[in-house]
Ligand binder design. Structure first.
Ligand SMILES: CCCC(=O)OP(=O)(O)O
Length: 301
């Protein structure tokens, strides 16, 4: 399965409005151009207006006369993030998109008690990868938001990721809580949580998916590795979603897939009032477009 399938799916939904925080970035504006070309969405671009127009004039001149794009000036990245979040809060936009702004700055606005986008649920990051020589899309959570989730938070992180996977057609995803080993070790919290999550799934406390762990990364994604190690698990070698134990594991895995394995990626924050497109600032325009498609698929239409 390819990430292009996300765009094919997103095209079928009615066009929505996306609020971009700190849009003064070439890759962001290229993704905007590609989304407009496919009639995926309209855009409210928040940021340094002069810089945005300068990049558009130099690189994407067709954008400037589009009625589907509105540019709103903001003095700082923080102001751009606040204004974009407020636009979603006020239902002027259906999706929020991180532009050239640090994750921490946009998260602060998202979590604002007055105008932020929190619901009762935990917010968590879900990334989906198309990896060369790997036959299916692989979801990884959480590489960007929750630092050291406890068991209760992991339950909600899985539920958010399952909802995202289902929104793009992976209807009964297999979930591997990842650890350094595939046996329960009382000294390793990740293995204890993985065992508890698997049992909660068996007892239908976590539904719409199949969870089994702990699994190490190799036996989660490779049946051969699982076979060689004698691991009997319905998820081993078949994992659709990898639940990582900490943000460091998730973020390093995310970036090693994109930098070393040349994977393509799309990423969103789930569990908020509206989907939030959140990639690394250094990700390509293509990745930002896939992320937008993922957000559109997961929007309540
Ligand atoms: C999903 C990756 C979040 C991240 O690490 O963003 P930056 O690279 O922009 O810090």
């Amino acid at each position: 399965m390819k990430l292009q399938s996300l765009i094919d799916r997103a095209i079928q939904f009615p066009s929505i409005t996306v609020a971009v925080a700190a849009a003064e970035d070439e890759d962001v504006l290229e993704a905007v151009q590609e989304a407009l070309r496919r009639r995926l969405s309209r855009f409210l671009l928040y940021g340094d207006k002069e810089k945005i127009i300068e990049i558009i004039n130099a690189k994407f001149p067709h954008l400037i006369n589009k009625g589907d794009v509105q540019i709103i000036h903001a003095l700082t990245n923080q102001e751009a993030a606040e204004k974009a979040v407020k636009a979603v809060h006020l239902n002027e936009a259906n999706v929020l998109m991180k532009g050239n702004v640090q994750t921490a700055v946009i998260l602060k606005a998202i979590l604002n008690k007055e105008y932020g986008l929190r619901t009762g649920n935990i917010l968590s990051h879900v990334a989906v990868f198309e990896i060369p020589d790997f036959e299916r899309l692989l979801f990884i959570t959480d590489a960007a938001m929750n630092l050291y989730p406890d068991l209760g938070q992991k339950v909600q992180i899985i539920e958010n990721a399952v909802a995202i996977a289902r929104s793009v057609g992976v209807n009964w995803p297999t979930v591997a809580p990842i650890a350094a080993v595939e046996v329960v070790n009382p000294s390793m919290q990740a293995t204890l949580d993985a065992a508890a999550l698997s049992q909660m799934n068996r007892r239908e406390q976590i539904t719409n998916c199949l969870i089994d762990g702990p699994l190490a990364l190799d036996n989660a994604v490779s049946s051969l590795s699982a076979e060689q190690k004698g691991i009997k698990s319905e998820v081993a070698g078949r994992a659709d979603i990898l639940l990582v134990p900490t943000i460091e594991v998730g973020n390093a895995l995310y970036k090693s897939l994109t930098y070393f394995a040349k994977a393509k990626v799309g990423g969103v924050i789930a569990g908020a009032k509206a989907p939030i497109v959140l990639t690394s600032r250094a990700d390509s325009a293509e990745s930002k477009l896939y992320s937008l498609a993922l957000a559109i698929c997961s929007t309540k239409h």
